[in-house]
Write a protein that binds this ligand. Sequence first.
Ligand SMILES: Nc1ncnc2c1ncn2[C@@H]1O[C@H](COP(=O)(O)OP(=O)(O)O)[C@@H](O)[C@H]1O
Ligand SMILES: [Mg+2]
Length: 111
Amino acid sequence: MIEAKNINFYYGDFHALKDISMYMKKNTVTALIGPSGCGKSTFLRLFNRMNDLIDNTRLTGECLIQGENIYNKSVHVDELRKKAGMVFQKPNPFPKSIFENVAYGLRVNNM
Ligand SMILES: Nc1ncnc2c1ncn2[C@@H]1O[C@H](COP(=O)(O)OP(=O)(O)O)[C@@H](O)[C@H]1O
Ligand SMILES: [Mg+2]
């Protein structure tokens, strides 16, 4: 379902992910375990292109979801993020009421 092939990721000169290759099977739960700062969040953020938002970063290697490299130019990031989401350690609501935050997804889908 999800595959990383020879992933290297850099924040400026800092080499955060070093040649990571692994796959995650469909309908299974996969845990990434490691000390704080080892790169778990950096790795997870690759799979819905959230690291694209950080300046001065560089990625080499391939991130595949169902066989498609999600860094291909043909991939629409909005569509990708409907399928690959991330739940954060800390909640980060938009600056609206909690009701409006919860209702947001339904409203944008006209429900
Ligand atoms: N936005 C960033 N800019 C520069 N360095 C970062 C950034 N985010 C994380 N790092 C660095 O990358 C490394 C991995 O961090 P992170 O992926 O957050 O680790 P983990 O989630 O395993 O605690 C750490 O050394 C961290 O300081
Ligand atoms: Mg983390």
